[in-house]
Design a binder for this molecule. Structure first.
Ligand code: SAM
Length: 392
């Protein structure tokens, strides 16, 4: 097929865009977290077949996380494929070597139709329940300031597994804590920085009602939805897969709070208005802001302010610092270098109610909450926490 000069130039720009996207993913998300994804995302940047596959995909769907999840979900049905030997979650033990990229490319070619369909129609769907450690920290802060009980909502709740935070066991910094000490699901999170983590160990406030809101809620009774969630677990994260499966089983057997379809900016106020009572609402978001454009982010926070005119609202977040800095959260540290540490997540709470706003930072953490470093004070800039080699 002949391409006009203009078409060739467009393709060149698109290929360059993809190379940059996958290069950044390799250096930030992959490096230090997944050797397989680090190598694969670097490999994509130099593989014409894979770049061509992504160029046939709508632009905003050609994301590394979506490509890898789509391949992973197909691989789950083909555990004997050569590619599975690199994925510990599929029983593989082969270390990353020079055959990984060609094996990956061959698998993609073999399953091209299915992969193309998943790339066109899929959306990023994770439910990382280790983030309950961040929510726990935030709830401790809210109950310290406002007492209990509270109502709990999560926007971008996925399957709603974070709303069940009191049904899990916690091992924080190697120390077990209650409640739900007999839960089959254990959330482990390391501590860094030597700061006190006492707030994490406080009993949770009484939670009167729970609601999840998500643009595309995940139904735990649907095996396809469950498999798609599992597909976002990274190849080496055998524990993460077991934890997710355990949490899904627990939720199905004991009941999960409602997760209703809705857009963060357009529907939050209307949906939260239906929550009974007048106690404060803790609205949790984890890894949501990056899915919202600047306008939607501002609209979402405006909606929270509207609700706060009727009853107190605490926005509890585990999000990239740069995105929090672009909101109206007013912590001086966000004007400094903290806002550039976007390979980590900032955990904090913005208390809005009683005619005032009171913002505090609680921790800097790995985005998947494998570790967190509690803040030394609510306006902490975390300059004392050294950059990780992979933190860029
Ligand atoms: C990366 S997942 C995080 C899920 C969950 N918060 C967690 O930490 O495991 C992001 C979630 O946000 C949802 N989402 C994306 N855009 C949204 C929007 N505009 N309004 C509501 N939810 C949205 C997605 O469907 C997805 O479930």
């Amino acid at each position: 097929m002949w391409l006009s000069e203009e078409q060739s130039a467009d393709k060149g720009v698109e290929a360059e865009h993809l190379r940059r996207l996958f290069g950044v993913f390799s250096a930030t998300h992959g490096h230090g977290r997944s050797l397989v994804y680090e190598a694969l995302s670097r490999g994509v940047t130099g593989n014409d077949e894979l770049l061509a596959l992504l160029m046939r995909t709508p632009r905003d769907q050609g994301r590394p996380s979506l490509l890898f999840a789509a391949v992973n979900s197909i691989l789950a049905a083909h555990p004997d494929a050569a590619l599975a030997s690199y994925y510990p979650i599929h029983g593989g033990r082969r270390p990353v070597d020079h055959q990984l990229i060609p094996t990956f490319a061959a698998f993609c070619a073999e399953h091209g139709d299915e992969l193309g369909h998943l790339l066109r129609t899929g959306s990023t769907q994770t439910n990382e329940i280790r983030r309950c450690a961040a929510l726990r920290l935030a709830l401790g802060h809210v109950s310290e300031r406002w007492g209990e009980p509270v109502a709990l909502a999560e926007v971008g709740a996925s399957a709603g597994l974070n709303l069940l935070l009191d049904r899990y066991r916690y091992r924080i910094g190697g120390r077990e804590m209650t409640p739900a000490a007999d839960s089959p699901v254990v959330i482990s999170c390391d501590l860094r920085g030597g700061t006190s983590a006492d707030r994490l160990h406080r009993p949770l406030p009484k939670i009167t009602s729970r609601l999840g809101i998500d643009m595309r809620p995940v139904s735990l009774s649907d095996p396809v939805d469950r498999a798609w969630l599992e597909a976002f677990i990274w190849p080496e994260d055998v524990d993460g897969l077991a934890t997710l499966r355990g949490a899904m089983e627990l939720a199905v057997s004991t009941g999960v709070p409602p997760v209703v379809r809705g857009d963060a900016a357009a529907d939050t106020a209307r949906l939260l208005a239906d929550l009974p009572g007048s106690e404060p609402i803790v609205v949790f978001t984890a890894s949501l802001l990056s899915y919202l454009g600047a306008r939607s982010r501002a609209a979402f926070l405006n909606r929270l302010d509207e609700i706060a005119q009727r009853r107190p609202v605490a926005w509890a977040f585990a999000e990239a610092p740069g995105l929090v800095a672009a909101t109206n959260v007013a912590v001086p540290a966000l004007q400094g270098p903290l806002a550039k540490r976007n390979t980590l997540y900032l955990v904090g709470v913005s208390l809005r109610g009683h005619g005032r706003q009171d913002d505090g930072l609680l921790a800097l953490a790995d985005p998947y909450l494998r570790w967190l470093a509690p803040a030394r004070q609510p306006a902490d800039d975390f300059q004392w926490l050294p950059a990780e080699p992979n933190a860029g």
